[in-house]
Design a protein around this ligand. Structure first.
Ligand SMILES: Nc1ncnc2c1ncn2[C@@H]1O[C@H](COP(=O)(O)OP(=O)(O)OP(=O)(O)O)[C@@H](O)[C@H]1O
Length: 239
């Protein structure tokens, strides 16, 4: 569904991605892991149209995506939940959710129905709907940023380190949400530092090093000893 083929990209003169190739098949959860600063977020930014590649190709549902603006990428069904649990702090929870449907803002009935669906899925957000998002806890903000992305009706959701700086119990909830979303048909590309969480939900693993995919392979039932895997796959530079 999403394909990156020999993608290069960077910031100014600094090239960060040195030829990334990866595939996210429809209906799957794919994990992208790697140490700090290896280019995972940059890869997601390129796929989301927030950063244009300097070379290679990005394809989504068979169509070229490189050169397409971020707002149009969302309309095509590819949505990024960025790192950092960013929300519009001064806006209420509900206003944040409505912003997620900005590109179909004239569809008032559809947005109302989607709000109800998100509140059913994230009951805590219903209780907090009038609260300024800046007052939410880290876990609540992460739920809100995922729910806001879902308001855009994505076919593929990219999550950038959704478990960062959250308590283990909240990480478990997020993992379950990712699995539930996938059960309901959503394809997921998950960037994580939390190897155990990624291994628990994903079917296939890509490991990045120095702006490249160092290797990839399916995750199997034998992959339980994640500590060994962490050391083996991520090496000394794992942050
Ligand atoms: N806007 C920017 N301008 C310049 N350099 C940047 C910018 N964003 C990221 N970088 C640099 O690009 C490199 C890759 O960053 P990126 O955020 O993609 O890594 P990452 O693998 O997601 O790391 P982490 O796990 O720490 O978030 C880093 O060296 C970072 O300093």
């Amino acid at each position: 569904m999403l394909e990156l083929d020999s993608v290069t990209a960077g910031y100014g003169k600094a090239q960060i991605l040195n030829g990334i190739s990866l595939t996210v098949p429809e209906g799957k959860i794919i994990a992208l892991l790697g140490g700090n600063g290896t280019g995972k977020s940059t890869t997601l930014k390129v796929a989301a149209g927030l950063l244009q590649p300097t070379g290679g190709e990005v394809r989504f549902a068979g169509e070229r995506l490189d050169g397409v603006k971020a707002s149009k990428v969302i309309e095509r069904g590819l949505c990024l939940v960025p790192q950092g649990k960013e929300v519009f702090a001064a806006m209420s929870v509900e206003e944040n959710l409505v912003m997620g449907a900005y590109h179909r803002r004239s569809d008032k009935a559809g947005i109302r129905a989607d709000l109800e669906a998100r509140y059913a899925q994230f009951p805590a957000l219903r209780d907090l709907r009038s609260r300024a998002a800046g007052y939410l806890s880290g876990g609540e903000r992460q739920m809100l940023s995922i729910a806001r992305a879902l308001m855009g009706r994505p076919r593929l959701l990219m999550l950038d380190e959704p478990s960062a700086a959250l308590a283990p119990k909240v990480v478990e909830q997020i993992a379950q949400i990712v699995l539930d979303l996938n059960d309901s048909g959503l394809t997921v590309l998950l960037v994580e530092q939390n190897v155990a969480m990624a291994m628990a939900v994903a079917e296939h693993l890509y490991i990045m090093r120095d702006g490249r995919i160092a290797f990839d392979r399916p995750i199997t039932a034998e992959d339980e000893g994640t500590d060994d895997l962490k050391a083996f796959y991520l090496g000394q530079d794992y942050g």
